[in-house]
Design a protein around this ligand. Structure first.
Ligand SMILES: Nc1ncnc2c1ncn2[C@@H]1O[C@H](COP(=O)(O)OP(=O)(O)OP(=O)(O)O)[C@@H](O)[C@H]1O
Ligand SMILES: [Mg+2]
Length: 339
């Protein structure tokens, strides 16, 4: 007598499409968490990327999967989770984003220098120059874009990760951020691999509807996200933000070295928080040292922070102010290079 294999790979896939990742709420297939499905006799062996730190949540997920697969006819189901992303698996290398002409990364070697502030105001300034602009918040651990753009925390983008996500819009700029999906009260407890998946989905599943520029606000540093981003999408250029002090030199050096290594053209350096406290001229000096363009400086002024905190960035709220003019000039310089 031959044993008849009731369970098939297709059936398992179908089941798994019904299983939702406990934190994000999207199904585990769309999120790309399933690495391997093996069927032996009528038994399913699954290999998943772990998405949560919390072991009890992981066990709950395991149970849901086992029940679903057994419900579909498997005699048994084993689920193995692993925490490290396996490169190349489920990662479709789509280096261009349909309908997006230029992707610009805003980066710095260290935190708190004003990347998000520059990214938001640069996006708005490009918009003022008549371009169609999107803003992608790649800071998955500390998303600031929702607050800076004044997007209410309860607002959720339409669509889903499986098909298309529609970005939200504020001040004429489209935006996507993990902050639009997370519960603001809940600390981010997702594991790196899932965060990477989400960022990848942000790059390839968001329906921007045609953009001249997609500005990407990067997290601080020269780590994983920066490198992954450049693998997933072809960056037209990077804007490096720094503060004027001498000590920032080594941070800029790191950022510049990274972009050179991954062959992303550096559009230039922006010196932020220029003035009495931090001094002036460091950014320009660095641009000279690294032979990259100096795009301009933005003074340290309370109004910049107040505008960011209130959800009405300076370029949107006070487009004619001298501060906004500086951002407009920086945008003009970027536009000259990336038409
Ligand atoms: N030119 C400026 N004048 C006054 N305040 C500023 C200026 N630029 C940024 N800030 C304020 O400094 C703080 C840090 O800025 P921002 O969040 O843009 O930095 P970041 O580099 O994105 O930080 P992180 O590394 O945490 O992502 C914010 O409160 C912001 O409003
Ligand atoms: Mg930031």
């Amino acid at each position: 007598m031959t044993t008849f294999n009731k369970i098939t790979r297709e059936k398992v896939l179908e089941c798994l499409k019904q299983v939702r990742e406990p934190v994000v709420g999207e199904d585990i297939i769309s999120l790309g968490l399933v690495r391997e499905i093996e069927i032996n006799k009528n038994h399913a062996f699954l290999h998943l990327e772990s998405s949560v730190e919390d072991p009890s949540l992981q066990e709950k997920l395991r149970l849901t999967i086992v029940q679903a697969v057994r419900g579909a006819g498997a005699s048994g189901c084993e689920v193995h989770f692993s925490g490290k992303p396996k490169s190349g698996v489920n990662v479709q290398v789509l280096r261009s984003i349909p309908g997006v002409k230029h992707v610009i990364a805003v980066a710095s070697g260290k935190g708190g220098v004003g990347k998000s502030t520059v990214a938001v105001n640069l996006a708005l300034a490009l918009k003022q120059h008549g371009a169609k602009v999107g803003l992608l918040d790649a800071d998955i651990y500390g998303p600031n874009i929702p607050i800076m753009l004044g997007i209410p925390t309860e607002k959720r983008p339409e669509g889903n990760f499986e098909t298309k996500i529609l970005p939200l819009e504020a001040h004429g700029v489209k935006a996507i951020s993990i902050g639009f999906f997370a519960n603001p009260e809940q600390p981010v407890i997702w594991r790196g691999p899932l965060l990477h998946k989400i960022l990848e989905q942000f790059l390839h599943r968001v329906d921007w509807g045609g953009l001249d520029y997609l500005v990407v606000d990067l997290p601080p540093g020269t780590g994983d996200v920066q490198l992954s981003l450049s693998q997933w999408v072809s960056l037209s250029g990077a804007v490096v933000v720094t503060t004027p002090q001498e000590v920032a030199l080594s941070d800029v050096r790191k950022a510049v070295a990274m972009f050179r290594q991954i062959e992303v053209p550096i559009l230039g350096v922006v010196e932020n928080m220029t003035g009495a406290i931090f001094g002036k001229g460091g950014g320009e000096k660095m641009a000279g040292v690294f032979q990259i363009p100096f795009l301009g400086d933005i003074p340290l002024e309370a109004q910049v922070r107040e505008c960011g905190d209130s959800g009405l960035p300076i370029v949107a709220g006070y487009p004619k102010s001298p501060l906004s003019e500086r951002f407009l000039k920086i945008a003009e310089a970027v536009r000259k290079v990336l038409k």
